[in-house]
Design a protein around this ligand. Structure first.
Ligand code: ADP
Ligand code: ZN
Length: 801
């Protein structure tokens, strides 16, 4: 198993979870319950042990092991009362008595403590069921175990990710309504008889017969309930409460689309995918490497159709940012004419909507689900296919505990549930690419854009030379300017991309060099002009923009760097007649704002769209012929081992927005480092060349994908204490971790201070992430971590620092 998926190692039976004493107390866990979490410490189990005072054996119906909610992994046995026993299953949510209170938990095992080798004792009885049916499938429980172990996370925190809060709570928010339907259809003479005695009853009856389906009682108007009850009593009509779904897309229409005839290239890629689907888990994961616009999404749609036709379900993962109305339309539209429902798991659904979508899946009404990271836990129990689109996307990695990567979980889930998994990207992450090269993944390729539409021409503009020339604003080169002029003349559209929001990335005093920094973080504050505020993008701290240097009082304090807000201002002043819109987190606060702006862009009411990542992905506008990347350097200078890869991916993604229609596209990349490999390879659309060079570098320096990385971080408001804790952890790790693991030195993190907390980090690299995790947890358990220090473990981190 281990060799199969080096990127996310699988163990067929998850080992028992070792609780982490280093639980993330700042993330809402109950500190006091911490001590009670350790298994194998009998005194901690005592609260549930009752003396057999009345001599009655309450375990006669068996017992259930319950993982208590919000308890840092407290697991306890409870007896099953006779009446409940048949309805309790692994995965059921239950009420239990705990310390004289009622707690909620999940059944994770059945049997008895004696069978489990934990001794024989009298148990408190379980209090009742939260839901009639188990909410966790067996598959999801196994998956949760795997996630907790692999990512060194609290099991309870994992369960919270698996089961959305909307479903987890015991006050369910399903909306129900009373429906009436025909129970026995009356003959004509019977209706006549009814209409003589009760005319209202007969008209309702006729309406129901005509409708041929259940109708909501409200449809019959006021006062209908009494005649309906009368009809019910006589046996003509049946009244029934039915759950109705709050459909977040109810006000939208989805025009049905049908499958396109696949191109030859798509056909051969489809053959690889089809083989995996038919193998029902007995095949390798498939990496679908296809340039943007090569027809990957069409392929997913047809693969899903085949899966659904065999009676199975399909899960489609998309990055949050790509879950645009366009994407939703594509998936809903393809199945609009069928009775296959598509659940959409946006992260901004209301609790009620989320609950309904979740239930649709759990009840088997929705056979397809589309969603971002957390959708990997969608409660299907008959998966035939998992698709991970844009598999390289960093947003698949969760940056709070559990720090999982949904792409890697997809591979594990597919393995555990015997289904196919397809990872798609135009710029696969090097882990996945390496898995193809070593034969662990199958490769399907789409090298050409549909209809042989050419990839856009990419031109690199050296901004250092541009500055020497002087003249225009530092964010608008001559070349970009003339390209924009052309587009405006021809009535074509442009997208301008800048990876930073706000007005200026910092305020700098020209007299004394003072930079306005966040008092709580080691970063400079970003100036937002519309609000006249300096805002910290790390912790959210805000202050009024200063009129003079806070340090020396000089009034000529200056803006340094560009954000989207400033770019918008500049482009508006250069092109006063152009229709310009900005898309970033600041302008898109209102619900539907993004949809409206993109709609307007699609209807060609906007000439230039300026934006951040929000416009980098998944958008498809045939009239866009120019993409300008205003500053390609921002992501290059992070100093992380992935920064080259990230830049290459970003440039390729953004470039993919140009020339998606009949017209040829052009991309202009403004940069201060034109010679960097990421920029040079992306210029020639050369992923293979880039990956070859980058993999060589990773191999030479023992970085992923050749080694797994684990990052340990200690943070505290007390700088010394954070540093000291990490140092003593380091000292204990070195002798126990094994010689094959490369253990770094404890050092301040790149972001050395965030939200008032000092951060120190330690990097480990080794061949097995699980082995490293095991040792780290063991060492931590033997350590006394001070109360105000938080230790976090990040397995397979997205970035280091
Ligand atoms: P990708 O997901 O790789 O970016 P898409 O599936 O979005 O590619 O395809 C790009 C464009 O080509 C879309 O407009 C899509 O409808 C169209 N397309 C895809 N496959 C075909 C096909 N077989 N025949 C005609 N048009 C296609
Ligand atoms: Zn801050």
């Amino acid at each position: 198993m281990d060799e199969l998926f080096p990127n996310a190692e699988i163990e067929s039976r998850p080992p028992p979870v070792v609780e982490s004493e280093h639980s993330e107390t700042d993330e809402g866990l109950d500190r006091k319950a911490k001590g009670a979490a350790r298994k194998g410490e009998p005194e901690k189990f005592r609260p549930t042990l009752l003396p057999a005072a009345d001599g009655r054996d309450s375990t006669s119906e068996g017992a259930a092991r319950i993982l208590i909610d919000d308890s840092s992994d407290l697991e306890l046995w409870y007896g099953l009362p006779a009446g409940l026993a048949p309805r309790v299953a692994v995965g059921s949510r239950v009420y239990v008595p705990l310390r004289n209170k009622r707690a909620v938990g999940t059944v994770v095992g059945l049997g008895s403590p004696a069978d489990a080798g934990e001794g024989d004792f009298q148990l408190k009885p379980l209090g009742g069921l939260v839901d009639d049916a188990p909410v966790f499938t067996k598959g999801l429980l196994d998956l949760a175990d795997w996630v907790a172990t692999y990512y060194c996370a609290n099991r309870d925190a994992v369960m919270r990710s698996v089961l959305p809060a909307a479903v987890r709570g015991d006050r369910h928010s399903a909306q129900s309504q009373l429906f009436a339907s025909i129970r026995r259809k009356p003959e004509a003479d019977e209706i006549d008889a009814i209409s003589r005695r009760a005319p209202r009853q007969s008209s309702i009856l006729r309406e129901l017969i005509d409708a041929g389906e259940a109708l909501p009682v409200t449809q019959f108007g006021a006062g209908a309930i009494k005649p309906l009850r009368g009809l019910e009593e006589k046996g003509w009509v049946q009244l029934e409460e039915k759950v109705i779904d709050r459909d977040p897309t109810a006000d939208e229409e989805f025009v049905a689309t049908s499958a396109l005839e696949l191109t030859a290239a798509q056909e051969s890629a489809m053959a690889v995918v089809r083989k995996a689907i038919r193998a029902q888990g007995d095949s390798k994961p498939v990496l679908l490497y296809g340039v943007t616009g090569s027809g990957k999404t069409e392929l997913y749609l047809q693969a899903i159709e085949e899966v659904v036709a065999t009676g199975k379900s399909a899960l489609v993962m998309v990055p949050e940012i790509a879950l645009t109305p366009q994407t939703v339309h594509r998936f809903k539209g393809r199945f609009a004419d069928t009775d296959t429902e598509v659940a959409v798991l946006h992260s901004h659904l209301s609790q009620g909507e989320r609950f309904d979508e979740w239930r649709k899946i759990r009840d088997g009404r929705a056979r397809i689900a589309v969603g971002p990271r957390s959708a990997i836990f969608a409660p299907f129990d008959d998966l035939g296919l998992i698709v991970v689109d844009e598999e390289h996307e960093p947003s698949y990695k969760q940056d709070i505990s559990p720090r999982y990567n949904a792409r890697d979980i997809a591979v594990v889930r597919a393995h555990l549930e015997n289904c196919a998994v397809v990872l798609g990207s135009a710029t696969p992450c090097l882990e996945s690419w390496n898995n193809v090269e070593s034969g662990k993944y199958d490769l399907a390729r789409l090298d050409e854009r549909i209809d042989d539409r050419e990839l856009p021409i990419i031109r690199i503009v050296d901004m250092r030379r541009e500055h020497r020339k002087g003249g225009g604003p530092a964010i608008l080169s001559e070349r970009l300017r003339s390209a924009l002029d052309q587009r405006l003349e021809r009535g074509e559209q442009s997208i301008l991309f800048l990876n930073r929001r706000g007005f200026a990335s910092s305020l700098v005093c020209p007299a004394c060099g003072h930079v306005c920094e966040c008092p709580h973080c080691s970063v400079s504050l970003t100036f937002h002009r519309s609000e006249d505020r300096l805002i910290c993008h790390v912790c959210g701290f805000q202050q009024i923009g200063p009129r003079k240097c806070p340090e020396c009082g000089d009034p000529s304090i200056r803006f340094a760097g560009y954000g989207t807000e400033r770019a918008e201002e500049i482009f508006r002043s250069v092109y006063p007649d152009a229709r310009i819109a900005r898309v970033d987190a600041d302008t898109m606060r209102r619900k539907n704002q993004l949809r409206e702006t993109l709609d307007a862009f699609k209807r060609q009411k906007i000439d230039m769209l300026i934006g951040t990542q929000m416009i980098a992905k998944g958008l498809h506008f045939p009239n866009v012929t120019l993409v300008g990347i205003l500053n390609a350097d921002i992501s290059l200078h992070v100093g992380d081992f992935r920064s080259g890869e990230r830049t290459f991916q970003l440039l390729t993604q953004v470039a993919g927005r140009a020339g998606r229609g009949e017209l040829k596209g052009e991309v202009i990349v403004q940069t201060h480092t034109p010679q960097s490999p990421a920029i040079q390879f992306s210029r020639h659309h050369d992923f293979i060349g880039f990956s070859e060079q980058e993999l060589e570098f990773r191999k030479q320096f023992d970085f992923p994908p050749f080694f797994h990385a684990v990052q340990i971080m200690c943070r505290s408001s007390n700088e010394r204490l954070a540093e000291f804790t990490l140092e003593s952890l380091h000292k204990r790790l070195v002798p126990s971790i094994g010689e094959s693991v490369i253990v770094g030195e404890p050092a301040p993190a790149t972001l050395a201070k965030a939200a008032g907390q000092f951060r120190f980090q330690l990097l480990l690299r080794g061949k097995s992430a699980r082995a490293m995790g095991r040792t780290i947890r063991e060492v931590l358990r033997g350590m006394n971590v001070p109360d105000d220090v938080t230790v976090t473990i990040d397995v397979d981190p997205m970035a280091i620092g």
